[in-house]
Ligand binder design. Structure first.
Ligand code: PLP
Length: 424
């Protein structure tokens, strides 16, 4: 918690520092003391930014003017084309807003919205703290490990039925951080039906769409166009988290929210860095090098997910098989008895002891909205040399286990350290 001062805003006082950034700093601290730490806490893409995108940044380093608040016109056009290609939409550049990371856009959307936030549990670490900074009430929607931690349309409906006309904002994320699973067309249709019935505004966080392991991402906007804003950006599929560029795609009926967000943007960050916006045009423009980069990235992530899943199953954990992105969210409840003998009865203690004793840094399920008593945790399987993995996968013909052991050996060792510690 933040140190309490009488002059501190009450909402800020209640909120702690982002869990992912905190674990990263804690891991660095242990490393500086000479401890071996496997950093599976922060979910950052392991892959480098593609060369042709870096080249465009170099070419545009001289761009020095402030750009329009909603973003550079050519970039908005490229983002709109990207969604039309990928999601089969008929959007235009006017529907796009560019922000300094989708995290900031998600925060501004919540700032401008007047209503209740709905989140499946588990959800990405920052949605709920953003709501709590703004004083927005949050309703958690139950999910289960057996259902891959996916949003259940029946649970969504049940949560809306008691007060059907209440304004509601649902943040839905798939492929999912932390679960690693995605949503089928069937499931999306069912969710869309409930959203339409209760006029729920959906922020569909599809930032991992391009790294769906099978390359088959389907947007919720296909089934619920009038109420869906698609959130995306460069961070997860283009290796460019530190470039800070996020995108929102609005349907026309939600232009009121786009207008409100651009007022807030104009009075806060003004516009996203000009060289980054110029360079990003190339990332959103289709070309064979990009397709190849994505094909290789997905293949590496799929193999990594398969191996991590296999090792955790062998260690007695319950978890769904990863389908996209680079996360897994296991539940160690079946080991509760043996962990309890070691004094571990909640997810916070589980992760603290895991870090201290095995050197593996992961995040407790409680940071994602799960009850602390549930022994769940999230790991990001990204501690390997992504550039080398991309080079190797291009000519690799063996199986996933061989690939990960040979080319992602740091991750392989981390998984062994973690599973060995759990089985101890
Ligand atoms: N949404 C999800 C599910 C994420 O995992 C992240 C980053 O970890 C973000 C949004 C924010 O990404 P950025 O602000 O880099 O666009």
């Amino acid at each position: 918690m933040i140190t309490v001062s009488r002059n501190l805003n009450l909402n800020v006082r209640r909120t702690k520092r982002s869990a992912t950034l905190a674990i990263n700093e804690r891991s660095a601290e242990l490393q500086s003391l000479g401890k071996k730490v496997y950093r599976l806490g922060l979910g950052q893409s392991p892959f480098p930014v593609p060369d042709f995108v870096v080249e465009e940044l170099r070419n545009n380093a001289h761009q020095k003017d402030y750009l329009p608040v909603v973003g550079l016109a050519e970039l908005r056009e490229a983002v709109s084309d990207f969604h039309n290609r990928r999601d089969g939409l008929e959007s235009t550049a006017d529907d796009v807003m560019i922000g300094p990371g989708s995290k900031e856009l998600l925060f501004m959307a919540q700032l401008c919205y007047n209503g209740e936030l709905m989140l499946p549990s588990p959800s990405w670490v920052s949605y709920q703290p953003q709501a709590s900074l703004l004083g927005l009430p949050t309703t958690w929607l139950p999910t289960s490990v057996d259902d891959g931690w996916r949003l259940d349309p029946k649970a969504l409906k049940a949560a809306c039925q008691s007060d059907p006309t209440r304004p509601r904002l649902l943040i839905l994320n798939y492929p999912n951080n932390p679960a690693g699973t995605t949503l089928s067309e069937e499931r999306l249709k069912e969710i869309a039906k409930v959203c339409s019935e209760f006029k729920i505004l959906v922020l569909s966080d599809e930032i991992y769409g391009e790294v769906n392991h099978d390359g088959q991402h389907v947007s919720l906007a296909t089934f619920y166009p009038e109420g869906t804003i698609i959130s995306g950006g460069l961070s997860k599929w283009c290796g460019a988290g530190g470039w800070r560029l996020g995108t929102f795609l609005f349907p026309k009926p939600l232009y009121w929210l786009r207008e409100a967000m651009s007022v807030v943007a104009s009075e806060t960050y003004t516009s996203v860095s000009a060289p980054i916006q110029y360079a990003a045009i190339s990332a959103f423009t289709d070309r064979p090098e990009l397709q190849e980069y994505l094909r290789h990235s997905r293949r590496v992530l799929k193999m990594v997910g398969e191996v991590a899943y296999g090792k955790f199953k062998d260690a007695g954990l319950k978890l769904p098989k990863p389908e996209g992105g680079f996360y897994l969210f296991p539940d160690a409840s079946e080991l509760a008895e043996s962990l309890s003998d070691r004094g571990i009865k909640d997810s916070t203690t589980l992760c603290e002891q895991m870090l201290q004793q095995s050197g593996v840094a992961v995040l407790p399920g409680s940071d994602f909205g799960r009850p602390d008593s549930e022994l769940s945790f999230r790991l990001a399987t990204v501690n390997f040399d992504g550039a080398e993995a991309l080079r190797q996968v291009a000519r690799f013909e063996g199986d996933a286990w061989e690939f990960v052991e040979t080319h992602c050996f740091e991750l392989w060792d981390a998984l062994d350290a973690l599973c060995g510690w759990l089985k101890r």
